[in-house]
Design a protein around this ligand. Structure first.
Ligand SMILES: [Zn+2]
Ligand SMILES: [Zn+2]
Length: 229
């Protein structure tokens, strides 16, 4: 499959973490107009801003503790920042040794390179456009995403866990403030384009720390014991 050749111009921002990893323009080489890191989310942002924001957040940020505190650690942090050593993180006022070991483990297993995060955001966008009831992507965005992941088939995106087809409308349905669709990982500790997708919130919770295959084995065992009683 041909990949897009990217502009890759550095986009400066005021982020304290820019010295760790600059942001790069993800538009095709030789593009016109302004440089942009997430141009392929521009259309989704106009249709439903929360979905575009979610893709950007889930692809680039760790989910940390529910509350920010010295013990619980940063609420959300860029995944590539979590690739730095404990001593390097001290320069950014992140004291890993002050956090509980479980919190450190959780943050560290969510770490990912900038390039993997960029690829995840593109993959999630490609998947959103293939959900039932999803808006149609503008031609340039369609082509850009198809260059990475192949032809889009409307209505083909399923929950990576239960394999039920997912509808775009699930994004706006929320229970107790929690969206019904979450970003999921086939193997929970790998954040890359091959390993991510969308899952029902309930499926994602049920999968927990298992890989999807481990989860199926566990479920199979349960069903077998229940049926044989
Ligand atoms: Zn550019
Ligand atoms: Zn599901």
């Amino acid at each position: 499959m041909k990949m897009n050749e990217l502009c890759h111009e550095i986009i400066s921002s005021r982020s304290a973490y820019d010295s760790i990893q600059p942001k790069y323009c993800q538009l095709p080489k030789g593009h016109s107009g302004k440089h942009s890191e997430f141009h392929y989310l521009d259309h989704l942002r106009t249709v439903q801003k929360s979905v575009a924001d979610k893709i950007k957040r889930d692809s680039t940020m760790t989910t940390g503790a529910a509350w920010k505190s010295a013990e619980a650690g940063p609420n959300r942090i860029l995944r590539w920042v979590m690739l730095l050593s404990d001593s390097d993180l001290k320069h950014y006022e992140i004291q890993m040794d002050k956090l509980k070991p479980q919190v450190v483990a959780k943050l560290r297993e969510k770490s990912a390179t900038y390039d993997d995060c960029m690829a995840v955001a593109k993959k999630l966008t490609w998947l959103v456009y293939q959900m039932n009831e999803a808006p149609k992507p503008p031609q340039d965005i369609r082509e850009y995403l198809e260059n990475y992941f192949g032809k889009m088939v409307s209505g083909s995106t399923t929950c990576i866990i239960c394999k039920e087809k997912l509808s775009f409308s699930l994004f706006s349905k929320a229970q107790r403030g929690k969206a019904e669709i979450e970003t999921g990982h086939i193997s929970p500790r790998e954040h890359n384009a091959e390993n991510v997708g969308f899952a029902h919130r309930e499926c994602n919770i049920a999968q927990g720390n298992k890989t999807v295959l481990e989860f199926y084995d566990w479920i199979r065992g349960i069903i077998k014991r229940v049926d044989n009683r």
